[in-house]
Design a protein around this ligand. Structure first.
Ligand code: PMP
Ligand code: GLU
Length: 416
């Protein structure tokens, strides 16, 4: 069978690969400690489950409107207005997708073209390290990714000057993700306002077709004293901002596959019509009896979210303090999401207890899994300086964090 080049050349998701590998080992009875999955260990709050069960039993089992039923879209529009202060959002400005990942796929397909011969390629500005799926999905849609490298010294944040230098007349998208996967850091409101100022200026001058795609899926998981800020709330660029979010992380609903997109104003309506057309050809709607659960989550589950947020805050402090004691590992203090992203490159050139030469983060993770049965994601596929880092997801118990960091310390001390 001849496979398409488009898919044959597509890079597989390394986060999904390591997560599945760790889950497979656990199923086989291997005592593996997984720090791989970007997935809360909590169960979905009871009342969210109840809403879906009730809808299922009441017979909400038929096709539904593609972008969501009116009540669900109203609940999301209300949340965007109330919590995120995004102006000009009506129910018609929002759409529901099968996870944030599907939303991003559809957004990129709506914004990028595959360049025709002689045509310049549309560009997406992407700071690195960044989540493994942004670049492959944007490239699949025809974009050329323009990387803006960041480092731990700046808490993995780009400066307005860096952003300005990366924007060209071909820029269609500036991709933002705060709090960040994999870095665990986030932008403050003044920092985002400064980036927004650069975008507003570029829209008036060099880059008339510039759009911001702001992935805010970790907005509720913040604990570093920096409040979350939505760049779509800036009136001067609101119509150019597409905000992506979902229920996976804040409500412990990874398996439900619920993501949503928020837009604003006349441009937002135009965009949402395109999104509806594409999703109407792809998925029709998400699982119909899940729709009522979305409204319940957004309207009624603040206390459950707060309980989980506090747990993540405690875990962040714990893992950060334990990793600091491990020789040669350095990490930025996490302020949001549930990832620690330590630099392990001080150990490159050494040999693992299993005899493996540690030349990269990938080697480090392979040897760690073989010797200590501890799974984490090597940083290479996050881009930029990610190649010197490993990602530790601390969406797991404090007991597991203590045990895991003891294993990691033992592993590092046994390197030769
Ligand atoms: N964005 C980021 C930054 C993520 O870490 C994830 C995690 N999978 C997603 C989007 C997509 O999540 P989901 O498809 O489960 O909504
Ligand atoms: N986003 C999570 C992660 O980064 C889940 C896997 C994925 O979708 O990439 O681990």
């Amino acid at each position: 069978m001849l496979l398409s080049r488009r898919v044959s050349e597509l890079k597989a998701s390394s986060t999904v690969a390591v997560m599945n590998r760790a889950k497979d080992l656990a199923r086989q009875g291997v005592d593996v400690l997984s720090f791989a999955a970007g997935e809360p260990d909590f169960d979905t709050p009871e009342r969210i489950k109840r809403a879906a069960i009730d809808a299922l039993l009441a017979g909400q089992t038929k096709y539904m409107p593609t972008l969501g039923d009116p009540d669900t879209r109203a609940a999301i529009a209300d949340k965007a207005t109330r919590e995120n202060h995004i102006p000009g959002v009506t129910p018609e400005h929002v759409g529901v997708s099968s996870g944030g990942k599907h939303a991003l796929y559809v957004i990129y397909q709506c914004l990028f073209d595959v360049a025709r011969p002689g045509e310049p390629q549309a560009e997406m500005v992407l700071q690195t390290p960044s989540w493994v799926s942004y670049a492959p999905l944007a490239e699949l849609a025809g974009a050329k990714v323009v990387e803006v490298p960041t480092t731990a010294a700046s808490s993995f944040k780009m400066s307005p000057e860096q952003l300005k230098a990366a924007i060209s007349p071909r820029t269609r998208v500036v991709m933002l993700n705060s709090p960040s996967n994999p870095c665990g850091t986030m932008y403050s409101e003044p920092e985002l306002r400064a980036l927004g100022g650069v975008i507003a200026e570029a829209a008036r001058t060099t880059a008339p077709d510039i759009t911001v795609v702001s992935d805010e899926i970790y907005e509720k998981i913040v604990y570093g004293g920096v409040p979350h800020f939505s760049i779509g709330s800036m009136p001067e660029i609101a119509e150019r901002v597409i905000t992506v979010n979902g229920l996976s992380k804040a409500y412990a609903m990874t398996g439900w596959r619920v993501g949503y997109t928020i837009t604003s104003g006349a441009a937002g309506l135009k965009f949402m019509k395109a999104m509806g057309t594409l999703q109407g050809q792809m998925t029709t709607n998400i699982t119909s009896f899940v729709y009522p659960a979305i409204g319940i989550a957004l309207r009624e589950c603040a206390s459950e979210v707060e309980t989980m947020r506090r747990a993540f805050a405690g875990r962040a402090e714990l893992i950060y303090s334990l990793v600091q004691k491990i020789p040669g590992l350095t990490a930025a203090r996490p302020t949001g999401a549930f990832y620690l992203f330590p630099d392990v490159s001080a150990h490159f050139g050494r040999t693992g207890p299993d005899g493996r030469a540690i030349r990269s983060a990938q080697d480090f993770c392979e040897s760690l899994l073989a010797v200590q049965r501890m799974a984490c994601v090597p940083g290479e596929d996050f881009g930029g300086c990610g190649q010197n880092h490993i990602r530790l997801s601390f969406a797991c118990s404090e007991g597991q964090i203590e045990q895991g960091m003891a294993r990691l310390g033992e592993f590092v001390r046994a390197l030769r």
